[in-house]
Design a protein around this ligand. Sequence first.
Ligand code: HEC
Ligand SMILES: [Cu+2]
Length: 358
Amino acid sequence: MNHISPVIYQFLVKRLTDFRLFPPEASKIAPQMDALFFFILLVSLVGLTAVVLLVASFSILYNRQRHPVAVQVEGSTLLEATWTIIPLGLFLMMFVWGALIYFRVYTPPPNAMNIYVVGKQWMWKVEHSGGQHEINALHVPTGRAVQLTLISEDVFHSFSIPAFRVKREVIPGRYTTVWFEATTPGTYHLFCSQYCGTNHSQMTGDVLVMTPEDYRKWLAGSTSGASLAQNGERLFASLSCAACHNARPDARGPSLANVYGSRLTLANGQFITVDEAYLRQAILNPSQHVTQGYAPIMPTYQGQISEEGVIALVEFIKHLDSDYRIQQTLNTTDLPPGSEEKAAPAGQAPATQGRVKK
Ligand code: HEC
Ligand SMILES: [Cu+2]
């Protein structure tokens, strides 16, 4: 080994000792995903071997020296049925198996803990609901379903954690979600897996999987003081949302308490279940879906709030379970002139037109 350069030698040693054909399996879905992968790989290899062997042996058995005159074979129903039905069965198996895993991957369990991820050229910004921020890092506990709500601030990205067998497009203007349950503490790679500009290859990070106790300690030690919902409450006040959403009987906008998860009737008669994506749309593009019983007077906030600001507002509205909270917010907001005399006595029933509770 003396005759190769020490740099190359070191490089080779490092590459070969760290070399893995496969990322570790660190999530609940990973072994299931791999089982399907290896099944497909096995079927492909068996198929490939059969084809190569047949081509090779036929070219020897039926070459021109042995068979100077070609014999026409008119067909065999049994043979044709066999090579149609067996592959069809195998492919249908792959399809059904794949579909089952697909539905599992894209349907987060209802009790999943939510973490927001904002992608931008060229970094990942992570927001925990406790207000912890991270850049190019994601801390998660083991044994708990974690849902990621992803959005891009600029171009298309793709969020990928190979050790979890998880990958999802990160799109500007729309929330996408993915979920996983980490099983093994450790540090894993996080990649942007879609070419997104010059420094795409640097859009990487670490996923730090911790035991629940360590995770709790990390959360406590990394808080910035205000939770996402509290930041949202501040924005709600400073953007004067409460001028209309103040839960008074004569309010111009609907009460937002408990709106998350409820079913709204829209002006066009459609029903819609309010989730994060709907709240985001309602703030940035209010004329798209107008709630029944209200005039389309809400201004758009497109371009005025960053994606992180929208996330904070969405979290605030998600956690809003009583009108009391908004009225508190209201007291800290400068009301437009003339709205004071509209103040309703405390305890007044909130405006809940057009809303059906789930
Ligand atoms: C000028 C009054 C006005 C202001 C200011 C206003 N809204 Fe609205 N908002 C409305 C009205 C009216 C509706 C119902 C009609 C519709 O859907 O557009 C509404 C609907 C919504 C909805 C959909 C939920 C539902 O029950 O219909 C959300 C979420 C929302 N607003 C959030 C906000 C936030 C956050 C702000 C501040 C950034 C804000 N609004 C500022 C008037 C307002
Ligand atoms: Cu990217």
